[in-house]
Design a protein around this ligand. Structure first.
Ligand code: FPP
Length: 260
């Protein structure tokens, strides 16, 4: 089943194995402006090796770093990772604690490189509900990179798209009540402006690893016309080569936005 769906939606391109060939091919065609990634499969990767789930997240972190470097070097404008959903709080406490410590670790190991690369780090999600040390790390990332003008790197942490839409609707209702905007002026642009992704282009390409074929409450409004690319590869095995393959497949899609 998944193989046929993969053929339909893209999947891995087996014909071009060589990294340099792939890179050269990608650079000849327009790049997606915004790539969003659902990094799934860390737990299964660890289980297959008899390791605790947290080992999968540690291995996944390395792939996050490699993918940031690959996106930056290609000249992608926006890269978004779905790192922790509002539903992920239901996981065992030790796993949640571990995931909440990842940004603190990442700050120590990667902040300087991100600054050197001119990357601007932003958060999507309710930061205030994360532990105080995590909040401090996330705020430090945002503060120390806020004037950077290169790749925009979003981490969706404690993020849920329906929640984001509910909050946007409430804000718009408030503005209508205050008379700042007329009800009839509420349109797609106004809604987009009230979402956490305000000011960013919608994702052109969404990658999901681990063979799951779902969106899982991720950027529901923003993905209306995104191209979806699925792979069976578990996130801790996701290489820059696979990232390039996803982009190359994207470049061969025909995006019609409902037209013919
Ligand atoms: C999904 O795999 C993965 C996560 C919930 C966590 C992803 C987080 C990272 C890759 C690191 C993020 C980095 C920062 C700095 C925030 P899963 O646990 O659902 O895997 P499974 O489906 O195999 O159980």
């Amino acid at each position: 089943m998944i193989e046929s769906i993969k053929r339909f939606v893209g999947g891995e391109n087996k014909t071009r194995q060589n990294k340099e060939e792939l890179l050269a091919a990608i650079k000849r065609a327009p790049l997606p402006k915004h790539v969003a990634i659902i990094t799934d499969g860390n737990g299964r990767w660890a289980k297959k090796r008899g390791l605790p789930r947290t080992a999968g997240h540690a291995a996944g972190m390395k792939r996050v770093r490699e993918t940031i470097r690959a996106a930056d070097e290609l000249g992608i404008q926006v890269l978004t990772f779905y790192s922790f959903s509002t539903e992920n709080w239901k996981r065992p406490k030790d796993e949640v604690d571990y995931l909440m410590k990842l940004p603190i670790e990442f700050l120590k190991t990667d902040l300087q490189e991100l600054i050197d690369r001119n990357v601007k780090v932003q958060m999507l999600g309710e930061k205030s509900q994360t532990p105080s040390q995590t909040q401090m790390a996330l705020t430090e990332f945002e503060e120390k990179t806020k004037h950077n003008t290169g790749l925009i790197l979003n981490f969706a942490i404690n993020y849920g798209s329906r929640d984001e839409i509910v909050r946007a609707v409430r804000q718009i209702i408030d503005e209508v009540k205050k008379g700042n905007i007329d009800k009839d002026e509420v349109n797609e642009e106004v809604i987009s402006r009230h979402l956490l992704t305000r000011g960013l282009p919608d994702p052109d390409l969404v990658i999901r690893t681990s063979g799951e074929l779902r969106i899982s409450n991720f950027l529901l409004w923003q993905l209306a016309y995104s191209e979806l690319w699925f792979t069976d590869t578990l996130w801790p095995d996701f290489t820059p080569e696979l990232f390039y393959q996803a982009i190359e497949d994207f470049q061969h899609r025909s995006r019609r936005y409902g037209a013919v």
